[in-house]
Design a protein around this ligand. Structure first.
Ligand code: GAR
Length: 211
């Protein structure tokens, strides 16, 4: 068992309710072997930044518009991660797709929460509320959330945890989104981070084994 907690960065793009679930899990001692050292947002004014500041966590905003290119945007994030000695990166509602040039530098060290049961309703263009709109259009009776390891192919990395959530007949994309967050995302994301920080995750041939 190592003495110092694993240094975690959380990347966000919006309201940050998943970030909040991580902060709460840290404060209540569910995540003991890891510590959120840095929150990076890719939009200014994200409410997630306020949540981080309230919890006393260092924040940074990285804007692609200001930096001029996707390469410069990713390089800036990498620099921040290196400067802060980050070991694990959590994408918690982060809406930018990271290129292979980025992900290859952090093998098995980036995890993402996706608001559907992968391999359903995932890949390029499937993010945020749109995922739930398509799920309802398809008439699925069950949806849910997935935490997976990030590889260059979008939403295709090894699955760490999943939780199913019932779809109700009168659901709107908004009610389904909220129920999936409450019943699945806010539970399995902190649990996956805990498993990572405790060294309980093993990846073999694109599959996760929990020790
Ligand atoms: C969450 O539902 C998350 O799963 C989703 O965006 C929402 C962010 O909410 N992420 C994606 O769609 C990424 N593919 P939050 O900012 O309140 O955590």
């Amino acid at each position: 068992m190592r003495e110092n907690p694993v240094k975690i960065a959380v990347l966000v793009s919006g309201g940050g309710t998943n970030l909040q679930a991580l902060i709460d899990a840290q404060e209540s001692g569910i995540i003991k072997s890891g510590k959120i050292e840095l929150v990076i947002a890719n939009n200014s004014g994200d409410y997630a930044l306020e949540r981080a500041a309230k919890a006393g966590i260092k924040t940074a905003t990285v804007l692609k518009k200001e930096l001029g290119s996707a390469e410069a945007f990713e390089q800036k994030i990498k620099d921040l991660l290196t400067e802060n000695g980050i070991e694990i990166i959590v994408l918690a509602g982060f809406m930018a797709i990271l290129s292979e040039n980025f992900t290859k530098d952090y093998p098995k060290r980036i995890i993402n929460v996706h608001p559907a049961l992968i391999p359903s309703f995932c890949g390029k263009g499937f993010y945020g509320l749109h995922v739930h709109e398509v799920a309802l259009e398809k008439g699925v009776k069950v949806s849910g959330a997935t935490v997976h390891i990030v590889i260059p192919e979008c939403d295709a990395g090894p699955i760490v945890l999943q939780r199913a959530v019932e779809v109700k007949q009168d659901d709107t994309p908004e009610t389904l989104q909220l129920r999936i967050m409450q019943e699945a995302e806010w539970k399995i994301l902190p649990e996956a981070v805990r498993l990572f920080c405790d060294g309980k995750i093993e990846v073999k041939e694109n599959k996760v084994y929990i020790k």
